[in-house]
Design a protein around this ligand. Structure first.
Ligand code: TYD
Length: 198
């Protein structure tokens, strides 16, 4: 079996993490050994971002940190794929373009720059699935999990992130899946698409 690189994207509360795990379980049931990974990563720069140790930093510095984390992560992803694993990645480059261009006030120069920087090193996913949900439903889900709201979890901000994602989906050919509804239904929609490449 040759490897594959599959990315899950979406606003906070879209259900990426749950879907990633469920897809991994389904693929394991088919005898595959998927690797589940996420950004920000939990090592190196990713762990540094998550720790909050950077303190008050500018939006641009934060964008560069997310990108630097991705640069290191991409090397590992490519190794796993070369070893024949299906890699299921919870967030990748579209997260930086969707969130940080919104955080940087939606200026098109910033958006172009974020794409340019990431273009230098990102791998090309075999498939990117955008789990699309309206921000209020996403926030309700995140809240129901008892998670503390991150600074990005505001309906107006997430509405902008969502529209950035939908634009990227058109430009890069992401597959958009309606992420509202029962988890089982969403998983069924996602697995139908995953089965086209795995
Ligand atoms: P998230 O997927 O929610 O991680 P976890 O569920 O493990 O805590 O990501 C944390 C936040 O980071 C989320 O609000 C989106 C944000 N983020 C960006 O703004 N840009 C990026 O490039 C990435 C990878 C994440």
């Amino acid at each position: 079996m040759s490897g594959a690189f599959i990315v899950f994207e979406g606003i906070d509360g879209a259900g990426k993490t749950t879907v990633c795990r469920a897809v991994a379980e389904a693929l394991s049931g088919r005898g595959l050994e998927p690797v589940v990974t996420a950004e920000p990563t939990h090592v190196g720069i990713g762990a540094y971002i998550r720790s909050g140790a950077a303190g008050e930093i500018s939006q641009m510095t934060e964008a560069l940190l997310f990108s630097a984390d991705r640069n290191d992560h991409t090397e590992h992803i490519m190794e796993w794929v070369a070893e024949g694993h299906v890699v299921l990645c919870d967030r990748y480059f579209a997260s930086t373009v969707a969130y940080q261009s919104a955080a940087l006030d939606g200026d098109s120069t910033d958006r172009d720059m974020l794409i340019d920087i990431n273009r230098q090193f990102i791998g090309k996913p075999d498939l990117t699935i955008l789990l699309d949900i309206d921000p209020s439903s996403g926030l309700d889900r995140a809240g129901a999990r008892g998670e503390a709201a991150s600074k990005f979890e505001r309906p107006d901000f997430l509405a902008e992130v969502r529209s950035n994602y939908l634009r990227l989906a058109e430009e890069y050919g992401f597959r958009v899946v309606d992420a509202s509804g029962e988890p089982g239904e969403v998983l069924e929609r996602v697995m139908a698409i995953v089965s086209e490449v795995v």
